[in-house]
Design a protein around this ligand. Sequence first.
Ligand code: DC
Length: 223
Amino acid sequence: MKYISVAVDGPAGAGKSSVSKAVAKSLGYTYIDTGAMYRAVALFAINNGIDAKNETEKLVSRLNEVEIDIKYTDEGQQIYLLGENVSKRIREEDVSVGASNVAVIPEVRKKLVELQRKMAESANVIMDGRDICSYVLPNADVKIFLTASAESRAKRRYDELCEKGIECDFEKIKADMEYRDKNDSQRAVAPLKKADDAILIDTTEYDFDGAVKLVKDLILEKT
Ligand code: DC
């Protein structure tokens, strides 16, 4: 059976995950948050005292120990690292910055892309990330590049963390976001870039429901 796949790329805080999650729920698709996988690898590095930016070889030599499991519950995708549910911990700022650092390592990307492709083979999926349209699922039925202005993305990420009860500072989030934007779009392997055949959606002027409707209508039109 051929399953439908929807690929969504874009910078941090553009609303990819919240919009994709809502659209997946409404259409009965499985939502796959690939950023969570990079975050889990970053947490593995942190937990093992490995500086992912400067001790790349050390991390690569231990990648075979990194066991990531994804489970789906009423609360959505739950991510497990070595059997422990780390879904909340991976949202903290140290892991966000660490994820951007591990994401430049080709061996990390290879391992996670294999897992992502396998997941898309067995269900209708909406997968979000940075390289989904161009690299992970180049034959996706629908390809979307979701973006928004840097200021509104930082504000959204700040509100999201506050809502989850995670302590944070707006200026620090904005600075981290600028660091990650630069890191994610300038790295040599699979940089963040709109694929030529992806449809650009700028959500700066849309509220959440408006963005969800826009994406959902596009998927229904294309599939
Ligand atoms: O979407 P996010 O903020 O949870 O992603 C965390 C980091 O992982 C981000 O800095 C970029 C990286 N990432 C990536 O390189 N490729 C993906 N497919 C998903 C995320």
